[in-house]
Write a protein that binds this ligand. Structure first.
Ligand code: C2O
Ligand code: CU
Length: 486
C-alpha cells in the first residue's frame, strides 16, 4: 500500500468529476502519514504527540508511532496478515472491531488467544468478508490502553467504490488531559464507572484538536466517522449541509438523512456519510456535537477554500453502497432470548440511586456476581463479568451453529450503553416496538436508558464471542458476557 492520501474515484466518477484527482492532490486528506508497506506490521509502543495547540506534548501509547495508529487498508475477500509487535511494558492484544473473522483472531485475552507479552509478537490472519469502516484497538487493560491512545481505523476497500471526489476518515477520540498536557491517570474511578464512564475534556479529530477541515465547493466526499472514545457519546450536526448516512458500523444501509439532522455516534460506532459540499467558497460551517445537555461544543468547521465550485451542477451519481454478503436471519424459525442490562447509579443525584447500586452491585444483593470481587456495578442477566476477557468465561447463551437468533436487549438502567457483539453484524429489527428503517446492520447497538432493541443474526460463526458495553468503564465493571456458537 503506498500512500494513504488516496482518492477513491471510479472511472465513471472521474468522467463525471473531471478534476477529482487534481483535487485530491491539492487538499491533503487524512492521514498524511503512510502506513508501513511490509504487509502490515503494527507496533504498539509509547510515543509523544501534540493533541491540542494550547497544551504541551502528551505522552501517549501508539500504533506505529502515531495517534490514531496507522490506517490498516485491506481488501474485501483477500487474505490479510497483520503482525502485531508489543513494545509496551505490559500485555496487550488487538481486537479487529466489527470484522467477521475466525474466533481465534478476535483478540480477546484468555478467551480466544494468550495475551501478547511485552517484547513478543502475534500474527493475525483473516479474510475480511465485508467492505467498510472498521477499527482496531487493544482488548487488554482496555480502559487504560485505549485511553492512552491505542486505536486505529481499518478500511476494507469496496470492490466497486462509490463515486466520490474524496474518501476521508475522521477518527474521533476523547482525552482527559491535565493542564500540563498529560493524560489524567486515575483510570477506573468507581463513581464514574457506575455512571457515564470516563468522559474526557478534549476531543481530537485524527489525533489533534481541529479548528477547521479543508473542503472545496461542489465536491462530494465520503466521510468515514469512527468514535474511538472510551465513553463519550456524540451527536454531530453539520450546519448548512445535508449529509446522507450510507453505512453504519461498516455495513451499508439504505441512504438516509439522519434523524433530526443529528448523527448519533456511541463509543466504537462508525457512520459513513456521503456529504455534498453545497456551501459557498471561503465560508465556514460549524460541525457541532450536542449530545450532552448544556455541553455542546464545536468539533471542527467545514472550511471552504476560495476556489469556485468544482462542478456547475450538484454531483448527481448514486450514493448507495454495495451491500455486504450478510446471511439473512429467518425470523419465523429463529430462537428468541432476552438480555437484560442492569446496574449503575439510578440517577445523578440522591442517596436512593446510590443505595440502588450498592444493593445490586457492591453488596452482592442476591448472588449472581460471580465472585469477581470489587468493582462489579453492572450486569447482564444478573451476572457480572469484569475486566477484558479471561479464560473460563461461561457463556450466557449457546446457539447451534447455523441457527437464526433474535435477541431482545432490554436496558433497565438509567444510562446509555453501546452494546458490542464480537464476530457478528446484527440486523436491527426494532427499537421500543417500532420497526427500524433503512436496513441497518450493526455490531455496536447504542441503547438509551430503558430502551428495548430487537436484533437478529444467523449464528454461522463458531466460537466464544464476547458481548459487552463499549463504555470501557462499564465493560470493566461488569457489563459483559459471552455468547457461544457451537
Ligand atoms: Cu471494540 Cu470487545 O471491543
Ligand atoms: Cu454501558
Amino acid at each position: 500500500m503506498n500512500s494513504e492520501s488516496h482518492c477513491l474515484v471510479s472511472r465513471r466518477g472521474l468522467l463525471q468529476a473531471g478534476a477529482g484527482l487534481l483535487l485530491a492532490s491539492a487538499l491533503a486528506p487524512f492521514p498524511a502519514r503512510s502506513a508501513p508497506s511490509d504487509g502490515h506490521r503494527i507496533v504498539a509502543a509509547p510515543g509523544r504527540t501534540r493533541l491540542r495547540p494550547d497544551r504541551p506534548e502528551t505522552d501517549v501509547w501508539t500504533y506505529n508511532g502515531t495517534v490514531p495508529g496507522s490506517v490498516v487498508r485491506l481488501r474485501q475477500g483477500e487474505r490479510a496478515r497483520l503482525v502485531v509487535e508489543n513494545r509496551l511494558d505490559q500485555e496487550t492484544t488487538v481486537h479487529w472491531h466489527g470484522i467477521r473473522l475466525p474466533n481465534a483472531m478476535d483478540g480477546v485475552p484468555g478467551l480466544t488467544q494468550p495475551p501478547i507479552k511485552s517484547g513478543e509478537t502475534f500474527v493475525y490472519e483473516f479474510t475480511p468478508p465485508d467492505a467498510g469502516t472498521f477499527w482496531y484497538h487493544p482488548h487488554a487493560n482496555s480502559l487504560e490502553q485505549l485511553g492512552r491512545g491505542l486505536a486505529g481505523a481499518v478500511i476494507v476497500e469496496d470492490r466497486e467504490p462509490v463515486a466520490v471526489d474524496r474518501d476521508l476518515l475522521w477518527l474521533l477520540s476523547d482525552w482527559r488531559l491535565t493542564d500540563g498536557g498529560g493524560i489524567a491517570s486515575r483510570f477506573g474511578n468507581w463513581m464514574e464507572a457506575a455512571m457515564s464512564g470516563r468522559v474526557g475534556n478534549t476531543v481530537t479529530l485524527n489525533g489533534r484538536a481541529s479548528a477547521a477541515e479543508p473542503f472545496r465547493a461542489g465536491e462530494r466526499v465520503r466521510l468515514r466517522l469512527v468514535n474511538a472514545s472510551l465513553a463519550r457519546i456524540m451527536a454531530l450536526r453539520f450546519e448548512g449541509h445535508r449529509p446522507m448516512v450510507v453505512a453504519i458500523d461498516g455495513q451499508p444501509c439504505d441512504p438516509h438523512e439522519p434523524e433530526h439532522g443529528r448523527i448519533l455516534l456511541g463509543p466504537a460506532m462508525r457512520v459513513d456519510l456521503v456529504l455534498d459540499l453545497e456551501g459557498e467558497p471561503e465560508r465556514r460551517y460549524d460541525v457541532i456535537d450536542d449530545f450532552y445537555d448544556g455541553l455542546s461544543y464545536r468539533l471542527t468547521q467545514i472550511a471552504y477554500d476560495e476556489r469556485p465550485p468544482i462542478r456547475a451542477h450538484a454531483f448527481d451519481g448514486p450514493v448507495a453502497l454495495t451491500h455486504n454478503p450478510l446471511p439473512e436471519p429467518d425470523l419465523a424459525s429463529a430462537e428468541r432470548h432476552t438480555l437484560t442490562l442492569q446496574g449503575g447509579m439510578m440517577s445523578m443525584s440522591g442517596m436512593s440511586g446510590m443505595s440502588g447500586m450498592m444493593g445490586r452491585g457492591m453488596m452482592g444483593g442476591g448472588g449472581g456476581m460471580m465472585g469477581m470481587g470489587h468493582g462489579a456495578v453492572w450486569s447482564i442477566n444478573d451476572t457480572s463479568m469484569t475486566g477484558d476477557g479471561h479464560a473460563g468465561m461461561e457463556p450466557a447463551l449457546t446457539f447451534k451453529q447455523g441457527r437464526s437468533v433474535v435477541l431482545a436487549l432490554r436496558n433497565e438502567t438509567a444510562w446509555w450503553h453501546p452494546m458490542h457483539f464480537h464476530g457478528y453484524s446484527l440486523k436491527v429489527l426494532s427499537r421500543n416496538g417500532k420497526a427500524v428503517p433503512h436496513r441497518q446492520w450493526q455490531d455496536t447497538v447504542l441503547m438509551a436508558p430503558k430502551d428495548i432493541v430487537e436484533v437478529a443474526f444467523v449464528a454461522d460463526n463458531p466460537g466464544d464471542w464476547m458481548l459487552h458495553c463499549h463504555v470501557m468503564d462499564h465493560q470493566m465493571s461488569g457489563m459483559m458476557t459471552v455468547l457461544r456458537v457451537a
